[in-house]
Design a protein around this ligand. Structure first.
Ligand SMILES: Nc1nc2c(ncn2[C@@H]2O[C@H](COP(=O)(O)OP(=O)(O)OP(=O)(O)O)[C@@H](O)[C@H]2O)c(=O)[nH]1
Ligand SMILES: [Mg+2]
Length: 433
């Protein structure tokens, strides 16, 4: 495990040190634990609500499924490819993180469309932000809607869907070598096929159109349901996280599919901010001395945390099976790059083994802890014990988090390689006359 090497102890980040000082600095570990427990419970109750709207057939339901990590054919997926008749928003809680709900809103663009009536009808106040989808140009209805959303103090993002179809369509004008077949005076096309130029053209076109319609300086994300790791879907996920108030970020991040290294890094960093809280709770609330170690802790909290980390980074049998299926890969190829245990393998025994591994190194931090933990009064016993238990627990959780995050990066690399070669194959097929 990273960080469990006795000779090379990880540095405690400054902010973690400050958090610990604040938590146990008064010498009252029980009070610190009660506060930490409350903070963790509050974090678990945070909700995020995302509204998805746009014209009928633009790909709203497909997008709702995508952001929930589901295939359109999965159980519980929003129905796609059919005309919606409902005029009510439909709530789709994330299958694994039900605090995050994606709302499939009724389509906009009927001749009588009134943005303010529509927003009242869909109860705009419950959403953290709106995603407006179009598979063609955005229309004046889209622009009017965003103006009203803005007036109501809410955020919105434009998603231009089905860009894979645009690329396929453009590809028809080029031969197998990517050379322009014939020039058409009315439409200017580059002589050599260029995917990035086509995408940039679509983006510019959307932005210009929105600006002309009075849509301000819009952000437009190009997305294909068929390949979420490509184009702007990962960037959109990151932007959604960044635009949320900081106390909501972790809730959304945990629910996001692991489509980019940036998302994985953000997840890790946000989860890391909770490690001290978890350690303090584990070492104080129901701490039990562990045989053979000078540590007392509540192993249940640790097991729950380790399992959550695995789940957050997609390291479970179910998540890997789904990923393998989506990417046409044998699951064994994904498992081959994973070094940590999977969610299903986590037990109290395993947590104990990991603690034992970290104990030797972490004990060196005990002196550091004792420097700022006042040893006084009735709390002396528990605080002195915690001076060993806390750093050990902290390092165990931190090392495990680092390890599963690194595993998730390797799994993503395997999947991305496959995604790229699939695209190359597809590209080749579409170019064959
Ligand atoms: N090629 C491609 N097809 C897509 C994409 N997104 C959606 N589709 C297809 O477009 C069709 C309409 O998608 P839906 O997600 O049902 O659209 P919708 O906006 O929910 O439609 P309504 O509920 O009828 O308003 C379906 O056949 C989808 O499979 C995409 O990114 N690429
Ligand atoms: Mg739909």
């Amino acid at each position: 495990m990273a960080g469990s090497d006795d000779n090379e102890l990880p540095k405690i980040p400054e902010e973690d040190m400050e958090a610990l000082k604040a938590a146990v600095g008064k010498g009252n570990l029980n009070e610190a634990a009660a506060n930490a427990k409350e903070a963790l419970e509050m974090a678990d109750k945070i909700t995020v609500n995302i509204a998805v709207t746009g014209k009928t057939g633009s790909g709203k339901s497909s997008f709702v499924n995508a952001i929930r990590g589901l295939e359109d054919t999965d159980k519980g997926a929003s129905e796609t490819g059919v005309n919606e008749t409902t005029m009510e928003p439909t709530a789709y809680p994330h299958p694994t993180y039900p605090n995050v709900t994606i709302w499939d809103l009724p389509g906009i663009g009927s001749p009588k469309f009134e943005p303010d009536t529509y927003l009242k009808q869909v109860q705009f106040s419950r959403y953290d932000f709106f995603i407006i989808i179009s598979c063609t140009r955005f229309t004046s209805d889209d622009i009017q809607l965003t103006q009203e959303i803005q007036r109501l103090g809410k955020k919105f993002f434009f998603v231009r869907s089905k860009v894979d179809q645009d690329l396929t369509n453009e590809n028809r004008y080029y031969d197998a070598e990517g050379k322009l077949k014939q020039s058409n005076a009315s439409v200017k096309r580059p002589h050599q096929y260029s995917e990035s130029a086509i995408l940039e053209g679509i983006r510019e076109n959307c932005i210009q159109w929105l600006k002309t319609g009075g849509g301000g300086s819009p952000r437009v994300f190009l997305v294909s349901r068929l390949d979420l790791g490509k184009y702007d879907f990962p960037k959109l996920q990151e932007t959604l996280v960044d635009e949320l108030p900081s106390h909501k970020r972790l809730a959304l991040l945990r629910s996001l599919s692991n489509t980019s290294k940036e998302i994985l890094e953000k997840k890790k960093q946000q989860l890391q901010t909770q490690i001290w809280f978890k350690s303090v709770v584990s070492c104080a609330v129901a701490a039990i001395p562990l045989p053979g170690l000078s540590i007392a802790c509540d192993a249940t909290i640790l097991v729950t945390s380790l399992k959550e980390y695995c789940r957050d980074f997609g390291l479970s049998e179910n998540a890997l099976a789904a990923l393998a299926r989506q990417n046409n890969k044998p699951i064994a190829e994904l498992k081959a790059v994973i070094k940590s245990p999977l969610c299903e393998e986590i037990t109290k025994d395993l947590a104990f083994k990991l603690l034992t591994k970290c104990a030797a190194g972490a004990v060196q931090y005990a002196t550091l802890f004792l420097k700022f933990i006042p040893v006084a009064g009735a709390v002396v016993g528990s605080v002195a014990a915690a001076a060993v238990s806390l750093p050990t627990t902290y390092f165990m959780l931190k090392s495990f988090l680092d390890d599963v995050a690194a595993d998730a990066v390797r799994v993503l690399e395997v999947v991305m390689d496959e995604a790229i070669s699939n695209l190359e194959k597809k590209d080749k097929n579409t170019r064959t006359p």
